[in-house]
Design a protein around this ligand. Sequence first.
Ligand code: TRP
Length: 339
Amino acid sequence: MSNTHKPLVFSGMQPTNTLHLGNYLGALKNWVKLQDQMPCIYCVVDMHAITAVAYGKPDELRTAVREVAAAYIAAGVDPKKSVLFQQSAVPAHAELAWIFNCVARLGWADRMTQFKEKAGKHKERASVGLYTYPMLMAADILVYKATHVPVGEDQKQHLELTRDVAQKFNNDYNVEDFFPLTEPVIMGAGTRVMSLRDGAKKMSKSDDSDMSRINLTDDADMVAQKIRKARTDPNPLPENEKGLEGRPEAENLINIYSALSDIPRAEIIARFAGQQFSGFKNELADIAVAKIAPIATRMRELLADPAELDRILKDGALRAAAIADPIVAEAKKIVGFSH
Ligand code: TRP
């Protein structure tokens, strides 16, 4: 099938809790870069948030939406250049999601590993929204006919479903190439940031220990302290990349150094080969503070003026709707909803 669609990036994050270094290196940093390559749409997916954690917590949800929007901007998403908005403000997402609920098959949804993980043992107690989450995600993307979606490894399966939905819709309604077959942009190695306390676990907002993660709201002292106290094994830095095998904590710190400085891992290892971690950590702390502290400062400034943030989001929603509305109108016509 020919793919004649104009390049367009779409991505989103859920407004749940504060963001951390893993969100920055794994996603935001790359979103910022993509802005120079093609038009980008970045969304705060609040409708996804109420499928689970944010359900029943309207005040927390409102706060989190602003925090995540502020984090996008503080990290370098330019709301003049890119479209930055809140999902629930553009009804076209929900309209297309309904159509996709009818395109996708039960078997497809049943295979989603994220649902199984999030629903846990008591699947019958999960919300129906959590189950249909992937179809809403497909709608987020395809309502703009987005061609590229930067996501982490954990979202690859949802992207495959998005392609399946596009293909089945195009096929069943005989509208070849109406929806694009969207490509995942899986971020490079080193963007999977692990816990600072346990190299086998992902850095996560739900970890009980705050020392396990660097929050984008941490001040300079806190960032430095967390890096200096990060767990390592008792050995010095290895002589080469192979020497990182079986040393997840060492590997994680080197990955973080590499991602923050844009210096390749091999070069970093060559420089610190055989040295103790203390000196390396001091340097890493300086680099992390230089990158993260200004983001925290900018976030605080933005959050101090919620009316301005709301204005930015509203402007983004208007621009998003201007793209999405004609596409959803056409999709409705294709389905046979004629108005
Ligand atoms: N499911 C994504 C996550 O948890 C968030 C998301 C929702 C998303 N809609 C999207 C990501 C569309 C990319 C494109 O990370």
